[in-house]
Design a protein around this ligand. Structure first.
Ligand SMILES: Nc1ncnc2c1ncn2[C@@H]1O[C@H](COP(=O)(O)OP(=O)(O)OP(=O)(O)O)[C@@H](O)[C@H]1O
Ligand code: NI
Length: 324
């Protein structure tokens, strides 16, 4: 078997706050192979962004990675020095954020930002970096890239800024792109357009992507594999087909019900009943048991086996992915 591109094993990330420890990630397992698009899907607070921050070792204070391992092409990221990690962030893994302002500095022109980041990370001269910048601005369908290079972030619309930040991220030529809800800050038509552009480039270049979203509908169009995350654990993992047509975990089934369906447009949009657990004091046994329609007494006390993120599996005592 070939070595996975990214392998996360039993990752625990905690936030030690004044009011107690938040166990944001409680043993996340996830594998991304080269050229794969993996969707990480779950409700707000389930640990999606903390997973991304942990991979990049950029967990917000007072958070820290407490246990587990993260390897990229077999290299242990958690034991790298901070400067080694900076190289990983610039060259190997890039992140596209929900709010493009996060990756664009308001003080500098797009030209100087793109040339600086692309040139620095790929050891290119300014002229070479500029031609890469133009190439990628064209690829994200920006009209008149020369003029974009001369502008400042505040002169661009939200959709344009997001396309610039995608061009900048792709211009690094990264091994892995992490996209954390990169279109939700945009209005719906712009969202669709940006998604299409990004999807086309990813497919053409066979890029590896971790796509973070709360919207299962989005990942169906974009991803090969889906990891469903609940209360800091991946509770089901499988291909898009497995997750949509043979879901095993009751949480996955509930999530599927929340996707807006055109044929059911007159129905009220379903939400999953109950609330996301408080991660200072997560439920015993299976964390989903208080909200689970299929819960049995043992679910309250026994923690189900974790998925290892390699084939279709569900972390559930009642339903086995192989039986679906
Ligand atoms: N700086 C922080 N201090 C304390 N707790 C935090 C901090 N950042 C995140 N958390 C906690 O970690 C858990 C996971 O948060 P995370 O941001 O990963 O959720 P998410 O799945 O990305 O949600 P969303 O869809 O809203 O972005 C939550 O319980 C959250 O409250
Ligand atoms: Ni998030």
């Amino acid at each position: 078997m070939t070595q996975p591109l990214l392998e996360i094993d039993d990752l625990h990330t905690n936030f030690d706050t004044n009011s107690g420890t938040v166990n944001a990630l409680r043993g996340v397992n996830l594998t991304i192979n080269e050229g794969e698009r993996v969707g990480l899907v779950g409700e707000s607070g389930s640990g999606k962004s903390v997973t991304a921050q942990s991979i990049l070792r950029l967990v917000d204070s007072p958070g820290r990675i407490a246990d587990g391992s993260i390897t990229l092409n077999g290299r242990d990221l958690l034991s790298l020095s901070e400067s080694g990690m900076q190289n990983v962030r610039g060259r190997d893994i890039t992140m596209i954020f929900q709010d493009p302002s996060t990756s664009l500095d308001p003080v500098y022109s797009i030209r100087s930002q793109m040339i600086e980041t692309i040139g620095h990370n790929r050891n290119m001269s300014d002229a070479e970096a500029e031609s890469v910048a133009i190439e990628y601005l064209e690829r994200v369908d920006m009209p008149n890239p020369e003029r974009i290079l001369d502008s400042y972030p505040h002169e661009l619309s939200g959709g344009m800024k997001q396309r610039v930040s995608i061009a900048m991220a792709l211009g690094f030529d990264p091994d892995l792109i992490i996209a954390d809800e990169p279109t939700t800050a945009l209005d719906v038509t712009v969202q669709k357009k940006v998604m299409e552009i990004f999807k086309d480039i990813v497919e053409e270049e066979d890029l590896s992507v971790l796509w973070i979203t709360h919207n299962l509908g989005v990942v169906a169009e974009f991803c090969d594999k889906i990891a469903v995350i609940y209360a800091g654990e991946v509770v089901e993992y499988g291909s898009v087909y497995d997750i949509f047509d043979r879901p095993a975990h009751p949480y996955t089934r509930e999530l599927l019900q929340t996707i807006p369906n055109i044929e059911r447009a007159d129905e009220e949009l379903r939400v999953i009943e109950g609330t996301v657990p408080n991660m200072r004091d997560p439920p015993s046994g299976c964390a989903f048991h208080p909200r689970c329609p299929d819960a049995e007494p043992r679910c309250e006390t026994t923690r189900p086996d974790r998925v290892d993120g390699r084939e279709h599996q569900a972390s559930c005592l009642v339903h086995d992915a192989e039986d679906q």
